[in-house]
Design a protein around this ligand. Structure first.
Ligand code: UD1
Length: 417
């Protein structure tokens, strides 16, 4: 077990590069088994979740090889359509293999990944989608099992624009005869990347990025080389790092277009954001910040995956800010840890009321991935020393976080406990 030790108060400066997106890579890795050829993925981040997905693919029989930031996946040898429970328990995104296995083999058995610290995270919308397409889905003994029955294209209306359900249905429908239409689809950039990837393999999918996605089933998908989009949440986290430390940093490969909801809020607070040919410059130095209100929403609204990081920042901004979390029912686990650092935050249901003041270093523990990121950011902006425990959560989603922050001049070290 490792911990971060952070001496707060150093304004960050310099340049940092964003890694490939974790949340784009995971569904793309799952979708790679739709292919009857070899898949080459570039800009794949070195993260715990990616390792778990690689292991899952190998357990199904695929050959997975990593060469630096490139992953080569050969799904031709997949022979097993049942994913063991111990893998599903290690990573929620393993549920994306359900759509991929159904799409390629017409059968799948995947353990329910269950809830997690931030909420119950059911799969009812995924199941409804599979059933509409004509897959027989049975639930029981902690497993979800599916079999192609009378599969054909169908119109599917999602009750809420779930990212995972949209991705799973896209994969399951890619080779289903006829036309499938997903209405109220999630519009996240990661969905667009998945569409681009599957289309390069030969699929006919249109509309990702809008609320209606149209899929014409094809007979077969082939091999492809694809470069994953940059991680907008990692970019947003480093933007907040610059803001909370009063720094001035250049973020290479941060895509302005994907970051608009985050940029808009940071600018409202008073941070200067300047697009540049290779990414974005974020200037927090010398600004007097203003409090703000944030409501998390599906894309293009403000992302729930940036809510804890923004709460860390707003905890240091004089005045009263309000954050409403509408996506996950239990995503305020970082509040009690921020309070240890002196944050004045009151929570009523899904609403957090934050009265900004200065934070002081303390020993805190990450309860989940983004909560962990928020605590690191709070440490960068706090007076004195902060120790962050629970790094296994942070390792799931941030590649070389402490090295990247060190590169920006942060006084952060990683030590074994
Ligand atoms: C994905 C992201 C996660 C992000 C989330 C919301 C990945 C690997 N993970 O998670 O980082 O926080 O989008 O942007 O890409 N829901 C149902 N029934 C369902 C499915 C979802 O009620 O069948 C609910 C969930 O409980 C949640 C909301 O819909 O309240 C959004 O969930 P969803 O968009 O599906 O998130 P994930 O795909 O799990």
């Amino acid at each position: 077990m490792d911990k971060f030790i952070i001496q707060g108060g150093t304004p960050l400066c310099g340049q940092v590069r964003v890694s490939g997106s974790k949340n784009a890579t995971l569904p793309i890795m799952a979708a790679s088994i739709l292919s009857c050829g070899e898949v080459i993925l570039n800009e794949v981040p070195q993260l715990e979740d990616i390792t778990v997905m690689s292991e899952a693919l190998e357990l199904l029989g695929a050959a997975v090889k990593r060469e630096k930031d490139t992953l080569i996946i050969d799904g031709r040898s997949v022979s097993n359509c049942a994913l063991p429970e111990h893998i599903s328990r290690r990573m929620r995104a393993s549920n994306l293999l359900m759509g991929a296995l159904l799409g390629r083999f017409g059968q799948a058995k995947v353990a329910f990944p269950g809830g997690c610290a931030i909420g119950s995270r059911p799969m009812d919308l995924h199941i409804k989608g599979f059933r509409s397409l004509g897959y027989d889905i049975s639930e029981g003994y902690g497993f979800l099992e599916g079999q192609a029955a009378n599969i054909h294209g169908q119109e599917i209306l999602l009750d809420i624009p779930s990212v995972g359900a949209t991705e799973n249905i896209m994969m399951a429908a890619s080779m289903v005869p006829g036309t499938t239409i997903i209405r109220n689809a999630a519009r996240e950039p990661e969905i667009v990347d998945l569409q681009n990837f599957i289309n390069r393999m030969g699929a006919k999918i249109k509309g990702a990025g809008l609320d209606t996605i149209r899929i014409e089933g094809v007979k077969r998908l082939g091999g492809v080389e694809h470069t994953v989009i940059p991680d907008r949440i990692e970019a947003g986290t480093y933007m907040v790092a610059a803001a909370i430390s009063g720094g001035d940093i250049w973020i290479t490969d941060a895509l302005f277009e994907h970051l608009q909801p985050i940029i808009a809020k940071l600018m409202e607070i008073g941070i200067e954001i300047i697009p540049w040919s290779e990414g974005l410059r974020v200037v927090g130095r010398g600004c007097r910040y203003l409090p703000t209100d944030i409501k998390t929403m599906p894309y293009p609204g403000f992302p729930t995956d940036m809510q804890p990081q923004m709460m860390a920042l707003l905890s240091t901004v004089s005045g009263t800010s309000v954050i409403v979390e509408t996506i996950f029912e239990n995503r305020f686990m970082h509040v009690q840890e921020l309070r240890r650092m002196g944050a004045d935050i009151k929570v009523e249901g899904r609403v957090a009321i934050i009265k900004g003041n200065h934070l002081e270093g303390a020993t805190v523990e990450a309860s989940d991935l983004r909560a962990g990121a928020a605590l690191v950011l709070a440490g960068l902006g706090a007076w004195g020393e902060t120790q962050v425990l629970g790094l296994d959560h942070i390792d799931r989603g941030y590649e070389n976080m402490h090295q990247k922050l060190q590169q920006l001049g942060a006084a952060i070290t990683r030590k074994s406990v």
